[in-house]
Design a protein around this ligand. Sequence first.
Ligand SMILES: *[C@@H]1O[C@H](CO)[C@@H](O)[C@H](O)[C@H]1NC(C)=O
Ligand SMILES: *[C@@H]1O[C@H](CO)[C@@H](O)[C@H](O)[C@H]1NC(C)=O
Ligand SMILES: *[C@@H]1O[C@H](CO)[C@@H](O)[C@H](O)[C@H]1NC(C)=O
Ligand SMILES: [Zn+2]
Length: 301
Amino acid sequence: MSVLVVLALVAQDRLAGGQEHKSYDYTKYHTMDEISAWMNQMEKENPDVVSSMIYGQTYEKRNITLLKIGFTSATPKKAVWMDCGIHAREWIAPAFCQHFVKEILGSYQTDPKVKMLFENLDFYITPVLNMDGYIYSWKDNTTRLWRKSRSPGTGDCTCFGTDLNRNFYANWGKAKAVTDFLVANQNQLLCYLTIHSYSQLILVPYGHPNISAPNYDELMEVGLAAANAIKAVHGKSYKVGTSPDVLYANSGSSRDFARLIGIPYSFTFELRDEGEFGFLLPEDQIQPTCEEAYQALSGIE
Ligand SMILES: *[C@@H]1O[C@H](CO)[C@@H](O)[C@H](O)[C@H]1NC(C)=O
Ligand SMILES: *[C@@H]1O[C@H](CO)[C@@H](O)[C@H](O)[C@H]1NC(C)=O
Ligand SMILES: *[C@@H]1O[C@H](CO)[C@@H](O)[C@H](O)[C@H]1NC(C)=O
Ligand SMILES: [Zn+2]
């Protein structure tokens, strides 16, 4: 872009807003308030292709909101679900959801492939699913590594905080907003993506060692293609497989739930790194982590 074009855009921006328009910094971690404001901004700036929907409430009575992205269509479309931030301390996950939204909104008018996605699919994207936990993880350094939601445990769980992911079947109440949405839209949903960190893994159903998905071969093929796409961007290696094969058994995950109710493509992404910084991934790795994961997903569709 030439200097003059940049100046023209800046001028347009300032005239339109009546004040200096601060552009959102996708290379930083953001607070829940900033992310909520960003969601509103995305909707306001892209009214033709972005709308929002409240589909549940957290334990602390916050609205859980998703962004629905795609061209409106008179005929029914298929859909892709993406959630980030089930686990509070995995800050790179919400950062990725935001990066993903920025990328698709920035390219659908010029990139025929993304345009085709917008014509055929709706994206349902929840940047921060566990809002209560995320806010708590921002409180101070003693809460930064908080994993769970903020509801008191029930039953034989004496811990404070419920693990939203492991409780997808076991404790429907806590993840009810998501399970209700998935079940209500199960025929429309083609793909379920849940974004986590860390470990550099792409996990396919099922987390139970003795059950395999009917389309396991296909899931592995797609997962391996995604890992190759990641490797090509910054050279990072991601392992692909079922959880018992590459990690540990974790049946009860949202990924398994999605596959179980008939959503054909269901994946968990565990983003960077492999443990050097772990959940405390430095901000200078946000951009490269999101770039490679974005390439992985552009390959999936
Ligand atoms: C949740 O959304 C409803 C409907 O838009 C609104 O009336 C309510 O104030 C919101 N609650 C919070 C906590 O933002
Ligand atoms: C939080 O971290 C900072 C910087 O590492 C440190 O100076 C401060 O003492 C910590 N505070 C608490 C409550 O641990
Ligand atoms: C899986 O099957 C094997 C062989 O039948 C059995 O020994 C093992 O206990 C099963 N594992 C689980 C977690 O059910
Ligand atoms: Zn996680």
